[in-house]
Design a protein around this ligand. Structure first.
Ligand code: CP
Ligand code: NVA
Length: 305
């Protein structure tokens, strides 16, 4: 059966850990300048409905390192022809689809209609490739022992937070969302996860108590792509949730700071924090490359061992 990577629920815990191990191995190979052109002759089509720096570049560079080719399409799905027709055409030409969509349902529709793997490069609901890179980064900084780490996500219960929540199914960490009332994320998705992970997932609105004992403070933009019209309203509502030096001082001493980027400096995070030695943001960005290479290799069925 063709495997897709639309969410953390598409893989078993064992498979997710194998992908991460492969990502560490691919990083080492690349740093040593050793060849790993394991996807020679393969082609990926990338559909981007929204802007991107990190995701677009790292999938392209990753496929280049692996010896394959990339075709990038900036298009709106469903505008010129139906989503199933796009999928049924692409599967005749390419080996893999990487898609960033406004609607998560369009990703599901692509996956259901293409007999080739589809990777979620961000949707309105989820951003699993980001959290794979974030976990890889934590493994590097906490010596692979990420058990019981407390990650506190400060801000909007958005696509990035939803994927963090789903990651709890595979990783024994604790996750707390500290957000304004009314911004706690998708109730249906989160209640299903909570049934599985219990108190490892907590949602609170009290920023002072919420960040206590955090090993990691994570934040993201207050208005995601597609919510630009709410920017002004959200700036006021989220102002008490800004990650600044004062907020960082309430976490564990030496707590790490993470952000998926792009950041709005002076809004959800101050420059002092994002540029501080505690910040892991560029390691996260680098690891997008390695982890996505591992995901592509896995989905395309190449077994290096
Ligand atoms: N973090 C992330 O997905 O960045 P881009 O939007 O630039 O791809
Ligand atoms: N939540 C953000 C993440 C960007 C990488 C957005 O969807 O715009």
């Amino acid at each position: 059966m063709v495997k897709d990577f639309l969410s953390f629920l598409d893989f078993s815990t064992e498979e997710i850990h194998k992908i991460l191990n492969l990502a560490h191995e691919l990083k080492t190979l690349q740093k040593k300048g050793l060849p790993h052109r394991w996807l020679r002759g393969k082609t990926q089509a990338m559909i981007f409905e929204k802007p991107s720096l990190r995701t677009k570049l790292t999938f392209q560079i990753g496929m280049f390192h692996l010896g394959g080719e990339t075709i990038v399409m900036d298009m709106r799905l469903g505008e010129r022809e139906s989503v199933p027709d796009v999928a049924k055409n692409l599967e005749r030409w390419v080996d893999l689809i990487v898609a960033r969509t406004f609607s998560h349902n369009d990703l599901i529709c692509l996956a259901q209609n293409a007999h080739i793997p589809v990777i979620n490069a961000l949707s309105d609901l989820l951003h699993p490739c980001q959290i794979m890179a974030d976990i890889m980064t934590l493994q590097e900084h906490f010596k692979e022992n990420i058990k019981d780490l407390l990650v506190v996500f400060v801000g909007d219960g958005n696509n990035v937070f939803h994927s963090w929540a789903e990651s709890l199914i595979h990783f024994p960490i604790q996750l707390r969302l500290v957000c304004p009332e009314g911004y706690s994320g998708d109730t249906h998705l989160l209640s299903k996860i909570k049934e599985k992970v219990g108190n490892r997932l907590i949602i609170t609105h009290d920023v002072h108590d919420g960040v206590k004992n955090a090993d990691v403070i994570y934040t993201d933009v207050w208005a995601s792509m597609g919510q630009e019209r709410e920017q002004e309203k959200r700036s006021k509502i989220f102002a008490p949730y800004q990650v600044n030096e004062k907020l960082m001082s309430l976490a564990k001493p030496g707590a790490k700071f993470m952000h998926c980027l792009p950041a709005h400096r002076g809004m959800e995070v101050t420059s002092e924090v994002i540029d501080s030695p505690q910040s892991l943001v560029y390691d996260q960005a680098e690891n997008r490359l390695h982890v996505q290479k591992a995901i592509m290799v896995t989905l395309l069925g190449y077994n290096p061992h």
